[in-house]
Design a protein around this ligand. Structure first.
Ligand SMILES: O=C(O)C(=O)C[C@]1(C(=O)O)C=C[C@@H](O)C=C1
Length: 370
């Protein structure tokens, strides 16, 4: 016992369980009281803006989770405690207004896991076939928000997501990071010696390249549209395996033959939450912009970065992509710390204006808490 309680001073099992029952009743009453507060909040929000009531408030949710973690005294880990509150808030928000969240499907993808990590389990997740469709459904208002992958620590930027922002009116309203663990999955009864084909998404095959070279050098690697699709395919193929995550394994009733086979143990993917509203400052925010350079402009990158450096604003990502409009012109995707309403950020934006051909704010949003 870590707190020095010896066996002799421990209360009996029945007594401890009585105490747990009492605490559970208290916790339950408090959660119900909290849920009633959320119902009142919903009425206030509706009264303030009856035409376009915005129930989901990412900045407030981030603050609630930050407070939970800051005041946590153990023995539960701060992130574990925040995850519990994540679910309580998710249930409270569902009472106010149930959310529909589109994600890059099918069911069982890492993107769905990211969506549930961000919004909690009281939302309805809607699988869509492509990143384009997620953007379209969000813009059309057919769903409340969307979740798309944007970068991976091993494989870099998800170009399709980045390029979608060039033409879409959707805004970034949040981010979520997920540690990606890949497993080699087989159908019940498949013998490892008989595996001649391995299905997965192209990015996952790349993230497990060294492991595959070492363990299955002869197996054919087949890229499919998602890890969940790979898992679905091997259900009836006794000579095949799939590389996918925990959720897909559970969903399709597969056996994990080898666990955590990713080459980089800190393999992490960052996802963006997209919507149509702008988010108020939370105090711990990031802003994403896309800057179109002028053609053949000497020192262009320096001109873009100098205003940030002058104000000590930390850049968290900078990525260049070909602009879709003109050959040999480029756009820069830049993420930095701060909110677009911060005076320092406003100054940077007004300094950028004359030195670039275009600058578009994709959104300011709370830094990922979990
Ligand atoms: O504070 C609010 O605006 C609420 O609606 C309450 C609450 C919560 O449960 O704490 C629920 C949903 C919002 O996204 C943010 C917070």
């Amino acid at each position: 016992m870590s707190d020095g309680m010896s066996k002799a001073t421990l209360p009996g099992l029945a007594q401890i369980r009585d105490e747990i029952d009492r605490l559970d009743a208290d916790i339950q009453a408090l959660i119900s009281a909290r849920a009633r507060c959320a119902q009142q909040v919903a009425l206030v929000k509706q009264a303030e803006d009856p035409e376009a009531t915005v129930f989901y408030r990412p900045e407030r949710e981030a603050q609630v989770l930050q407070k939970v973690m800051a005041r946590n005294e153990g023995p539960l880990h701060p992130e574990e405690m925040a995850r519990l509150f994540r679910e309580i808030m998710s249930a409270c928000l569902a009472l106010e207004h149930p959310l529909r969240i589109a994600f890059l499907g099918p069911n069982g993808t890492f993107t769905q896991t990211a969506a549930l990590k961000h919004f909690g389990h009281s939302v309805q997740t809607v699988p869509l076939n492509t990143i384009d469709e997620v953007f379209r459904e969000v813009e059309a208002g057919a769903v409340n928000y969307g979740v798309v992958p944007v970068e991976n620590t091993t494989e870099g930027i998800v170009t399709h997501t980045a390029d979608s922002f060039l033409t879409s009116s959707a805004r970034i309203i949040g981010e979520v990071e997920l540690r990606i663990h890949h497993h080699l999955l087989v159908a019940e009864g498949t013998r490892v010696e008989s595996i001649s084909r391995i299905y997965s998404h192209q990015q996952s095959l790349a993230q497990c390249r060294k492991w595959l070279d070492a363990h299955f050098p002869k197996a054919e690697r087949v890229a499919v549209s998602s890890n969940a699709e790979a898992a679905r395919r091997i259900k009836g193929e006794w000579h095949s395996a799939a590389i996918a995550g925990e959720t897909a394994a559970d969903m399709y009733g597969l056996v994990k033959r080898h666990e955590c086979i990713e080459d980089n143990p800190s393999n992490t993917t960052r996802f963006l939450i997209i919507g149509t509203e702008s988010v108020s400052p939370s105090g711990e925010d990031k802003t994403s912009i896309v800057v179109t350079m002028k053609r053949n402009q000497a020192g262009a990158l320096h001109d873009i970065l100098a205003p940030f450096a002058a104000r000590g604003i930390n850049l968290t990502r900078i990525e260049s992509r070909p602009s879709k409009n003109d050959i040999w012109t480029y756009v820069f995707f830049i993420d930095f710390e701060g909110h677009q309403d911060d005076p320092r950020v406003r100054e940077v934006m007004s300094e950028l204006d004359p030195v670039v051909s275009d600058v578009k704010v994709l959104g300011s949003y709370p830094r990922a808490v979990l």
